[in-house]
Design a protein around this ligand. Structure first.
Ligand SMILES: [Zn+2]
Length: 304
């Protein structure tokens, strides 16, 4: 944990682990098994409390019956890791570790340290198991259960990664300010979000079980604007998550239907919906990506 510096997010004063902010009572704590928690005073009720509870339920459901096919998530993690590049020797934080697909990919290398953070304790218990079974004895691994919006970390990481997180947070500005603060100067933030997504599917009137799900969507310029505002300069952009028959708007729908049939008959799409994303990672099927609409956008930015 030697790379970690803590501040009160509200008063920017430095804190040692376990110390309370003298002005507002904000507190960081180290609990058993290298786990860090942080609390504002008086945040045990209200909207953030019900938000936390919703994610405890979601994590429990997701771990027993994955919301997205594991093959797809695993493929996406491998691709994201490749695009981020090597994490060897870096102090890394993964925010919203979820089922831990990317965590596994990172632990296949030897980052100097890896912090796995999630709002849901169940995911963190799972992250600890992943580390224990990874066989990685070189990386200093620790965890944190908490909400990204109130993280105390200050200039602690070379790389912060958040995949499928920013569409969930209640206050995007809070999350981005805390993420930028947690990075060292020159450090990178790799952020993967849903790309131009329709949000009606997350309505409770459309059989959405969870009170909080995706609260916003992104396109490239919207995401870049938000990053720049907190001093993060976008340096690389990638698109991931390609699905059979999901074409870009430039492809007229009548044409798209026939093309999808053709690609399917030719075997380009594979047997399962998640096969195409993997098959199209390399040439020659890579060319087909240019007419398909990706589900996800990955922007890597750098703290200047
Ligand atoms: Zn304070």
């Amino acid at each position: 944990m030697s790379n970690l510096k803590f501040v009160c997010p509200f008063h920017s004063c430095f804190l040692t682990l376990g110390e309370c902010c003298s002005k507002c009572g904000y507190q960081t704590k180290s609990t058993s098994g290298n786990n860090i928690t942080f609390r504002r005073s008086g945040d045990s009720e209200g909207i953030y409390k019900s938000y936390e509870n919703a994610y405890e339920d979601l994590a429990e459901d997701d771990l027993s019956n994955p919301i997205y096919a594991e093959e797809y998530q695993s493929d996406l993690a491998v691709e994201t890791h490749r695009e981020i590049g090597s994490v060897n020797g870096l102090n890394v934080a993964e925010l919203g570790v979820g089922q831990g697909f990317l965590q596994k990919a990172f632990l296949s290398e030897t980052p100097k340290s890896l912090l796995a953070l999630d709002i849901a304790e169940e995911y963190i218990e799972n992250a600890k198991k992943i580390f224990q079974t990874s066989g990685n004895s070189s990386t200093s691994f620790y965890t944190s259960v908490g909400n990204v919006e109130f993280m105390p970390f200050h200039e602690s990481f070379d790389l912060v990664v958040a995949t499928d997180i920013l569409e969930h947070v209640l206050n995007l500005g809070n999350a981005l300010v805390r993420i930028a603060s947690s990075l060292k100067t020159g450090g990178k933030f790799a952020c993967r979000v849903p790309y131009k997504e329709a949000l009606g599917q997350y309505s409770i009137y459309n059989k959405q079980k969870y009170e909080f799900a995706h609260l916003r969507f992104f396109n490239e310029s919207m995401l870049k604007t938000q990053l720049k505002e907190v001093g993060l300069k976008p340096v690389q952009v990638y698109r991931n998550g390609f699905q059979p028959g999901r074409f870009r708007k430039v492809v007229p729908s009548f044409f798209g239907k026939n093309m999808a049939r053709l690609f399917s008959l030719a075997g380009h799409y594979g047997n399962n919906w998640y096969d195409f994303n993997r098959k199209s990672r390399t040439f020659p099927l890579r060319i087909l990506r240019s007419i398909h609409q990706p589900l996800e956008l990955l922007v890597i930015s750098q703290k200047v």
